[in-house]
Design a protein around this ligand. Structure first.
Ligand SMILES: N[C@H](CCC[C@H](N)C(=O)O)C(=O)O
Length: 276
């Protein structure tokens, strides 16, 4: 079967985007992992599927698969690309697009300057919902990894995140602590692990070792989780510039119970077709 796709990225976090509104394809984890291969496939961090909604109140269903084939609950950089894709493909002309995700919904706004603002919903802090093994909710949790005792924050943006505070992201032990914490037994569904350096109350640097993809050039849900964790630690205000290896995101969060707003670019690289 020949399937049309579009290669896109959000600050270098790259995606294969497939319209399953006007075409059909049977997607399996094994197929995703094969297509994600950067030598024998297309190569991407995540596959994004654009589908008709199951909820009539929504405009689309938004499904996400990591490069390892695992289907996940959310992808922030992907949500911005999703908005650009459905508008460019004339699947909608709405400037505000409501999409359903595996664990909720997101509201996508295409702005005048072609940036995309995403209402990512309110963060989840209850350990049981993240999920993270802990007796009660806290701002940080002691966690033992590789013989070290670290302090980690945990946040769900639909998907699970752990956030560590570091002095300098360039020397942070992302390659060693990232995979160990991604698969730590206290994260039963695995987790995305952020390494955050606070520059001021309105600016941070961040690297993210992503669940199912490894370190990426940017992570939208990771940027949201880091700002939430930093604000809860009393280190950040409500409007933060996040510097990621692939570029900058603006993250706003007015506090507990409020939605996190993410604003940033979305880029189309090429169109393609592939036999699957
Ligand atoms: N690796 C993530 C999904 C992609 C998130 C990231 N690419 C973003 O922009 O939020 C997870 O397993 O939850």
């Amino acid at each position: 079967m020949l399937v049309r796709f579009t290669k896109m990225h959000g600050l270098g976090n790259d995606f294969m985007v497939v319209d399953l509104v006007t075409q059909r394809a049977k997607i399996t984890p094994a197929l995703v992992a094969r297509l994600a291969d950067r030598h024998c496939g297309i190569g991407f961090d995540q596959l994004l599927l654009v589908e008709p909604p199951t909820d009539p109140q929504m405009d689309f269903r938004y499904r996400i698969y990591n490069a390892d084939g695992s289907e996940v609950e959310h992808c922030g950089n992907g949500a911005r690309c999703f908005a650009k894709f459905v508008r460019d493909k004339r699947l909608t002309i709405k400037p505000v697009i409501n999409v359903e995700t595996a664990k909720g919904k997101a509201v996508l706004r295409v702005l005048e300057d072609r940036q995309v603002e995403v209402d990512m919903g309110a963060p989840e802090l209850n350990p049981a919902e993240i999920p993270f093994v802990a007796d009660e909710v806290a701002v940080t949790y002691p966690i033992e990894v590789a013989g070290e005792l670290l302090e980690i924050s945990t946040v769900s943006m639909g998907n699970p995140h752990g956030v560590l505070l570091v002095d300098d992201v360039t020397t942070a032990a992302v390659e060693t602590l990232g995979p160990l914490l991604e698969r730590h037994e206290r994260f039963p569904a695995r987790a995305n692990i952020g390494f955050m350096q606070v520059l001021s109350d309105s600016e941070i640097r961040l690297r993210v070792y992503e669940r199912g993809a490894g370190e990426t050039r940017a992570c939208g849900t990771g940027a949201c989780a880091a700002v939430v964790a930093g604000r809860l630690r009393g280190l950040l205000g409500d409007d933060v510039k996040v510097h990621l290896p692939g570029g900058e995101l603006r993250i706003r969060w007015a506090g507990e119970g409020e939605p996190v707003l993410m604003t940033g670019p979305a880029t189309t690289v090429y169109e393609g077709q592939i036999f699957i």
